[in-house]
Ligand binder design. Sequence first.
Ligand SMILES: [Zn+2]
Length: 374
Amino acid sequence: MSVDPVALASRLIACHSITPATGEVFDVLEQALVPLGFTVHRMVEGEAPDGPVENLFATRGSGGPHFGFAGHLDVVPPGGGWRTDPFVPTEESGLLYGRGAVDMKSSIACFVAACAEMPEHEGTISLIITGDEEGPATYGTPKLIEWMAGRGIKPDMILIGEPTSEDRLGDIVKIGRRGSVNMWITVPGVQGHVAYPHRADNPIPKLAAVVTALDALHLDDGNEQFQPSNLEITDVRSPGSATNVIPGNGIVQLNIRFNNLQRGADLVAMVERTAEQAAPGSTVKALISGEAFLTPPGPIYEIVRAAIAEETGVEPRLSTHGGTSDGRFLIAVCPVVDFGLPNATMHKLDEAAAIEDIRTLTRIYKRVIKGAVG
Ligand SMILES: [Zn+2]
């Protein structure tokens, strides 16, 4: 029984699955997996605004070794101005256009097609697929991990099919990611009339002092696997808009992308200290979206590297650059690497994957399966 990865990717793209996703797009995946001998579990959890979210766990075989493939069927909103309808898969000049063609419905289709070509294997193959990777992920992969833990399901290694390649298919494998934290510092003041400054307390000069102090911070120099951690101030604002009003407070918004030398909570404490020194009475609100992680060297590195090199002749670079992925959650289960299609058009207008790359990625995934459970 064979599965055409381009046809399956097209059927998935045709489903409207803007994050958080449920329903039809999971029906399509289930219909592809069941004839291949997979047992499929689907669960819908959560309520608005972060839900409902559908998650799917599919498994074939039994015992070890246990190889997992993780991914997401939700997509980011298409935005206006596409050449084609983003939810009508369109093949043109060797490219498959549609929202999710790159990030990451095609990659899931490639993995399913690879499983179809490997009907016999040792151990277990599982697919760990969420409907909320692009959103807050409250009911996404963390819930799947809970579900698996409750049943004693623990893969030995997981490949996430996120689009990690850059200039050509196979050039980049992600072996970890930086962490990310957003913070909002409120600098206190007392609102008043500009003509009566003695009755007010202008927060803006203090806000400037906070910005200067934050900008002078040196977090670290990075290490062999990670670039230096970086703090970026992303907004400064105050509620004032009239020209004759001293505003009552000021807000500094910032993001830190950090490596595995830092922990989110320590960075929040450091920013709190810095703000308090520069502008006493400042308060900090923080949201840690993920800690940094690094998969220690092990068999998954070599299995993925060898599969790419044998199929494409490309020696991949092992990288920790770029945005975060659900690897931040899955690393708690087992070693995790991310590898998938070239990512140039992900989240953009006219998102498109090369049809040749989809076919090659299927062959690479087949070699990965062979290496892991063949
Ligand atoms: Zn993605």
